[in-house]
Design a protein around this ligand. Structure first.
Ligand code: NDP
Length: 279
């Protein structure tokens, strides 16, 4: 039998991730001799992430996914970065090719694929994005590329302004607004067609929500939470009559694109979905 090939997920925290389960099920079903492992890497000391990435090369990994909170920091550690990942300013997939670290971003197309799967065409939509971290960069890029206009609210407002500046290099600045992450902005921009939560609020504490519940959503609106389980935000959206979508479909599509980059094979999207359901 050929030597087992390794891929994994770098993040902190990371053990909540469903990616190992999804990919290992697909590898096994297709008879590919790959294994996907957890790679927990803390944020301190700062040098740790660089050591971890160089360690992937030394240990002969085929590649890795990158999640919270390393997606932006890791970009500068790559030998090559795809045009899309460069424009987004974040890397979520590393492929080690001929000893070189190649950075990709599959979050943007993964998010758009899932919107389309739900019958939502971003063209012409007015979208409110909560958060301005690594995944917000990808979501914003994907939406603008597909003809939406966006407003970004972030706790650290300077990061939202910085994101607008970066996106304005690829898209018209008129399509991008920023505002403070507060009730006033939520009230002002909460009538958007689509509201996307890209903050990590609700990831560990299921009762926590990024939204001021004094401001109801309405029928016809769509609330999308990148967190891939039922969250307080999605419960509230449903109670208000809005359509609620969690990040499970995006997880599958971004994972499918990473799968193809690593293996060179067409990704088995349905099998990957099934993998999430097996106990
Ligand atoms: P980052 O760490 O890069 O960004 C986190 C964002 O959340 C920042 O905007 C941060 O604001 C904000 N935030 C965190 N805590 C708070 C708080 N208490 N109050 C207000 N804002 C807060 O993370 P990512 O963008 O990589 O990931 C974000 C979420 O998206 C995670 O839950 C992750 O699991 C999920 N995700 C899901 C994917 C999928 O396939 N379904 C793909 C990618 C991500 P500030 O800038 O002020 O710190």
């Amino acid at each position: 039998m050929s030597q087992e090939k390794l891929v994994g997920i770098i993040g902190w925290p990371v053990t909540h991730s469903l990616s190992p389960k999804m990919h290992n099920y697909a590898f096994k079903t297709l008879g590919l001799n790959y294994r996907y492992v957890f790679l927990p890497v803390d944020t301190a000391p700062e040098s740790l992430i660089k050591d971890a990435v160089l360690g992937l090369k030394a240990l002969g990994f085929v590649g890795a996914n990158v999640t919270v909170p390393h997606k932006e920091a890791i970009l500068g550690l790559m030998d090559q970065v795809s045009d899309e990942a460069l424009a987004i300013g974040a890397v979520n997939t590393i492929f080690i090719k001929d000893g070189k670290l190649c950075g990709h971003n599959t979050d943007a197309p993964g998010f758009i694929c899932d919107l389309l799967d739900h019958g939502i065409d971003p063209r012409g939509l007015n979208v409110l994005i909560l958060g301005a971290g690594g995944s917000a960069r990808a979501v914003a890029y994907g939406l603008l590329k597909h003809g939406a206009q966006i407003t970004i609210l972030n706790r650290t407002e300077s990061k939202a302004i910085e994101l607008k500046k970066a996106l304005s290099e690829s898209f018209s600045a008129d399509l991008i607004k920023c505002a403070a992450f507060d009730s006033e902005s939520m009230r002002k921009h909460g009538q958007a067609d689509l509201i996307v939560n890209t903050t990590s609020i609700g990831l560990l504490d299921q009762k926590a929500t990024p939204w001021d519940e004094k401001i109801p959503f309405k029928e016809g609106q769509v609330v999308y939470d990148l967190i891939y389980k039922k969250t307080q935000l999605l419960d509230f959206a449903e109670q208000s009559g809005a359509k609620a979508i969690n990040g499970l479909g995006m997880l599958v599509h971004q994972g499918a694109l990473a799968f193809s980059i690593w293996t060179g094979e067409k990704a088995p999207v349905d099998i990957m979905k099934d993998g999430l359901l097996v106990s």
